[in-house]
Design a protein around this ligand. Structure first.
Ligand SMILES: *Cc1c(COP(=O)(O)O)cnc(C)c1O
Length: 399
């Protein structure tokens, strides 16, 4: 059954509310059953004792944060992970009460907001920790926090050698409670394992030193999807699942290690079809010229929907289970594809009609176009591709 995630009440004609795929002939479908399947698959992989954090930052990698968060929590995730305070507030406003960790330290000015919305902050400077503690104490609360430890990525976090002392300094603060300690691996998805091992070793040594000081590190976590799949010893108390929960692989090397089902597919309907005579150009710059005897069909989505202009003339669409080439420059809000009417061995020509459904990402018959395929053509990764598509397209949920 389909439901529309986001409600546009101010846009709706109350008498005849239209679904997302009726309002616009281009939309994403997100299969929440796939999210459930993937999390259940990870549960089998990690065993019953390790907690799962569902990472739903960037609007759940374009899949819709509130809908994915609800499904993940219903499938056994205990924590949610977001990138910033506003993403956390959005989940609270959607009625989600589960613990939400902001995965990196926000600006100092946000401490009261964090306390008010009962978000859990990451901490990696003393100044921020003390401000958070003060804000919590002033509100008669105790703010839970997770310490981010830099074990080699050299991005954010307290240096691993300084982390135990950092925690000792905060140990008796009346407004703060250490709830967890974590790090992040820079190379968990790479074939080479030396850097991973070095980060792992620094992290465990830091944990030993912390415990030696009599400090309980709380929930220890380190693994993203790639580390969860590849390194059992990196599971600790909780794993942080992003890309894998959406059914995508962090890199080629995990494909054979776990079976995941992609949740996102991209759909559009043919908005216009016309025969274009031989020699006529199509779209801006006329970089494609008709070879004659083709039908040119227009789809109402473009680079503002995440299908970058650099993909022009390099991608395919699926119509009735057949691959047809996108042709001409991709416009901001439209793109064209070609249905060849010339005789070819074995295959009758396709006659696209206005309203026909086309797939740009997904499976039709024996053909399949993946986010990985688009990402590779664009010179990026599936994470980036999913986020791009989520920017403007509306979503339909299958559950
Ligand atoms: C985004 C993020 C994750 C999730 O990574 P995936 O590779 O998508 O599983 C985990 N941990 C942190 C700190 C992150 O920022």
């Amino acid at each position: 059954m389909f439901s529309t995630g986001e409600q546009h009440e101010d846009l709706e004609d109350a008498a005849t509310p239209l679904k997302a795929n009726e309002r616009r002939w281009a939309w994403l479908e997100v299969d929440l059953n796939a999210i459930r399947h993937n999390l259940n698959r990870f549960r089998r992989h990690i065993g019953p004792d390790v907690m799962m954090m569902a990472v739903v930052k960037a609007d759940a990698y374009g899949h819709g944060a509130a809908e994915v968060a609800r499904k993940a929590l219903a499938t056994g995730a205990r924590f949610l992970g977001v990138a910033n305070v506003d993403e956390g507030i959005e989940l609270r406003q959607a009625g989600i009460a589960a613990p939400i960790l902001i995965l990196s330290q926000p600006p100092l000015a946000m401490v009261q907001t964090i306390v008010r919305h009962e978000l859990t902050s990451t901490v990696d400077t003393m100044e921020f920790a003390l401000a958070l503690g003060e804000a919590a104490a002033a509100a008669d609360r105790v703010a839970p926090f997770h310490l981010k430890v830099d074990t080699g990525m050299n991005r954010v976090g307290v240096h691993y050698a300084d982390a135990p002392d950092f925690l000792r300094t905060l140990d008796f603060h009346r407004g703060l409670k250490l709830q967890g300690v974590f790090t992040h691996f820079a190379t968990a998805d790479e074939v080479e394992t030396f850097e991973f091992s070095r980060q792992y070793q620094r992290f465990t040594q830091m944990l030993d030193e912390t415990r030696y000081l009599g400090i309980n590190p709380g929930i220890v976590h380190a693994a993203n999807t790639a580390a969860t799949i590849r390194y059992r010893k990196a599971h600790f108390d909780m794993v942080r699942l992003g890309i894998g929960m959406y059914g995508l692989h962090p890199s080629g090397i995990t494909h054979s290690m776990i079976d995941l089902v992609p949740a996102m597919s991209l759909h559009a309907r043919v908005a216009m079809v016309k025969p274009v005579p031989v020699g006529e150009g199509v779209s801006y710059g006329m970089r494609y010229h008709s070879p004659g005897n083709v039908l040119i069909a227009t789809l109402p989505l473009g680079y503002a929907d995440g299908l970058a202009r650099e993909l022009s003339g390099r991608i395919d669409v699926l119509l009735y289970g057949r691959r047809l080439p996108q042709v001409g420059t991709i416009c901001m809000d439209m793109m064209m594809f070609e249905a060849d009417q010339r005789m070819k061995a074995g295959k009758p020509p396709l006659q696209p009609q206005i309203g026909d459904e086309v797939l740009l990402v997904g499976e039709s018959g024996t053909e399949r176009i993946t986010l990985d395929e688009l990402a590779e053509k664009l010179g990026t990764i599936n994470y980036d591709m999913a986020c791009r598509l989520g920017m403007r397209l509306e979503r339909m949920y299958l559950e």
